[in-house]
Design a protein around this ligand. Sequence first.
Ligand SMILES: [Cu+2]
Length: 179
Amino acid sequence: MLPIIRGAIVGTAAICLSTASIAVSAAPASAQLMPGAAHGTGAPTKVGNLVITVPWVRATPKGAPVAGGYLSVTNNGTEPDRLVGGSLAAAGRFEVHEMTMDDGVMRMRPVAGGLEIKPGQTVELKPGGHHVMFMGLKEQLKAGETVKGTLEFAKAGRVEITYPVRALGGTGSGGHRGH
Ligand SMILES: [Cu+2]
């Protein structure tokens, strides 16, 4: 297996370490694609016991290979679930990332085994923290547009998500520019 380091962005100290990437698992042919509750912007999307709110992706500079995605997931069920994969129409690959400090350098790396959402918990993916990363971007993501994708949870299954694209530097800050 060839380790591929991707997503090193000019102008930021954040480096994506993708050698242990969470591959988007091939869904069984029988898997149901659950349509989101709403395809507009802002409306919560439900799948199983999970509610996904305020999804958005950061606008990208022309030619950028990666984009960062953010959202909140609330688990209204009684068992833990995990965000294990997903997709974006405009990207080749999806990873769930966490930020770590390594000798004073902010780095990001895939979350091993997926991101857990405990019963009753709301997990917030936001700039500077956990986020989803869309790799192998095929087109520039421009503020004001929307992009479609999916999220895949270990128990709740797969759900369609529509992400509004927000301007670079529009929301959040710190260590994550260009994502
Ligand atoms: Cu990342």
